[in-house]
Ligand binder design. Structure first.
Ligand code: GLC
Length: 583
């Protein structure tokens, strides 16, 4: 008998974690908006999938200027999603099913309706209330020589447009400006302020005391800004959150210890905050976790967020952005494993989330390494079948990698992006702040299809409706509905179930990766073996080339990305297999 897999390591070393985006997972009261009772009613889907934990995107009281990432009250559930009691019911049921629950913490900014920001607006420049945020006079507000009409610096919002908005003084005269790295309704907090620090520690205790298993830290790389808020005129390589560093020259690579990006991201001062949070969270029982959402490069910089006295995990966006490309994926995997080993932590892997175009759609573009900020009907439309074939092969790679794997709701159904969402439905502030230049993230946030023949594909239940889902579902979602796939051999859902179950059974999450010498990423073949602590292993071959590739001798196929992935002893293009030694 192999050793019981994974017994030695805490759960988050090898966990599969499922991201629930509450607006779009399941609607329990029929008002067209997903909610916490909806999530609770569908938790069996997650336990049947075999995941270990759920991460819930924000459900806190919020005016929803950025789909809940603008928090008005960090200790209250928004009426859209239910009540605190509903949260407690969800948590208890999840724990009963053996699922951990991670919640989102949004510390970089509050909503502009947060009582602190309202107080700051009512208070005078220089007051304690303003000190909690980033208020500054205009650049030209020099007595006698200017009236402060120019913003304090040239920073741009990640969502487009300026990162500063001017306020009015009590007498109506134009006053100070405040910083918002995101929408104007999301004023940045001042993390040099002790009241801010104390408040967030208290908020964390509030949720830890309720029993949550950890926090995903939103914009973890943004809390501290460089002293003096220097201008930043260089273009950032266009990435989802604009937060990845610009590419380094080789001279710059030599000094990778220094941040090379914008002065508002990845400043060294953030780490002190995470050290204090580590202490706070570690005082609780049960291996609770802190997960960094930090769009930071290169990998060594990201690894600093998961040093032993900081967070446990960081999202691996380098992997998410590598696209369908053997060379880029191999490089990302190699660099990731080296970087995390240097801090003695496991890695995470992720292909999709609520900020990125769903990977079956990205992989169906002419350039499958492209990373668009949304897709609209005016742009190239992905090849759906090709994208799905590649997505299924990519998940075979991801589920075999050592570390923890994050999946985004709906990817287990192979769900594509909504790539033709009409402008009138768009809600992402990115769309508005770029005057429609960037379609934004709504296309990956469309409500899930559960049942093909029901209204809203089974998304909405309950008495308030039936209202239309908050974003319209494309008709093709019916084909992807969970009820069309459950129990159906070779469906995407059954592939995910099989991969998660084998991964767990074999203990791959705690394994070590060994590159195959028989295949080369240069030829478009990603091939590696993951050896689990119990002595079992799988050889993964993902064919990212355009031609079939021979299987090695002496192995049998354990899992395949599609029913017909293998023919005549060869793995077809855009397909992948898990192999084990033939007995
Ligand atoms: C994070 C969230 C994103 C949000 C932004 C501002 O990147 O994932 O959805 O818009 O932070 O809070």
């Amino acid at each position: 008998m192999p050793e019981p897999a994974n017994a030695a390591q805490p759960w988050w070393h090898h966990a599969v974690i499922y991201q629930v985006y509450p607006r779009s997972f399941a609607d329990g009261n029929g008002d067209g908006m997903g909610d916490l009772p909806g999530v609770t009613s569908r938790l069996e889907h997650l336990s049947a999938l075999g995941v270990d934990a759920v991460w819930l995107s924000p459900f806190y009281k919020s005016p929803q200027a950025d789909a809940g990432y603008d928090v008005e009250d960090y200790r209250e559930v928004d009426g859209l999603f239910g009540t605190l009691d509903d949260f407690d019911v969800l948590l208890a049921k999840a724990h009963g099913l053996g699922l951990k629950v991670i919640v989102d913490l949004v510390p970089n900014h509050t909503s502009d309706r947060h009582e602190w920001f309202q107080e700051a607006l009512r208070s005078a420049p220089g007051s304690a209330a303003r000190e909690r945020y980033m208020f500054r006079p205009g650049k030209d507000a020099v007595p006698g020589s200017g009236d402060g009409d120019l913003p304090p610096n040239d920073w741009k919002s990640v969502f487009g447009g300026p990162a500063w908005t001017r306020t009015a003084d009590a007498d109506g005269a134009p006053g100070e400006w405040y910083l918002h790295l995101f929408a104007a309704a999301q004023p940045d907090l001042n993390w040099h302020n002790n009241e801010v620090r104390a408040e967030f520690e208290d908020i964390m205790r509030f949720w830890l005391d309720r029993g949550v298993d950890g926090f995903r830290i939103d914009v973890a790389h943004g809390l501290i800004k460089a002293d003096g808020l220097p201008d930043w005129s260089e273009a950032v390589v266009a990435m989802v959150q604009g937060g990845m560093k610009r590419r380094r020259s080789s001279a710059e690579k030599a000094k990778a210890e220094e941040p090379a990006g914008p002065p508002y991201f990845d400043q060294d001062g953030v780490h002190e905050i995470y050290r204090s949070w580590n202490t706070l969270v570690s005082a609780y029982d049960g291996d609770r976790v802190l997960v960094a959402e930090a769009w930071v490069a290169p990998e060594e910089r990201l690894a600093r967020y998961i040093r032993q006295d900081e967070m446990q995990q960081a999202f691996n966006f380098g992997f998410l952005m590598a696209g369908w490309d053997a060379g880029r994926l191999a490089t990302s995997i190699r660099k990731t494993l080296t970087a995390v080993a240097s801090v003695g932590r496991p890695s995470t892997w992720v292909l999709s989330n609520h900020d990125a175009v769903r990977h079956p759609s990205r992989f169906g573009l002419t350039d499958p390494t492209k990373f668009p900020r949304g897709i609209s009907s005016r742009e190239e439309q992905p090849n759906e079948a090709l994208g799905l074939a590649r997505a299924r092969a990519a998940i075979m790679v991801m589920m075999a990698l050592p570390g923890s794997a994050y999946i985004y709701q709906g990817e287990e159904l192979g769900l594509p992006e909504h790539t033709a969402l009409a402008a009138r439905y768009r809600q992402d502030p990115t769309f508005f702040r770029t005057n429609g230049l960037e379609p934004g993230r709504d296309g990956c946030r469309v409500p899930l299809p559960w049942a093909k023949d029901e209204a809203s594909f089974g998304f909405s239940h309950g008495n308030a409706g039936p209202a239309a889902p908050w974003l319209p579902q494309p008709s093709k979602f019916g084909r992807y509905a969970a009820d069309q796939q459950a129990g159906v051999e070779h469906s995407t859902l059954e592939l995910y179930r099989a991969l998660i179950s084998e991964r767990k059974e074999l203990g791959l999450g705690d394994g070590t990766l060994h590159w195959s010498r028989s295949y080369s990423a240069k030829d478009g073949i990603l091939a590696f073996e993951t050896r689990a602590p119990g002595g079992r292993s799988v050889l993964v071959i993902a064919n990212m080339s355009e031609a079939p590739v021979d299987l090695p001798k002496g192995y049998r196929v354990l899992l395949r990305s599609q029913a017909a992935a293998v023919s005549h002893g060869r793995v077809k293009a855009n397909r992948a297999v898990w192999l084990v030694k033939a007995e």
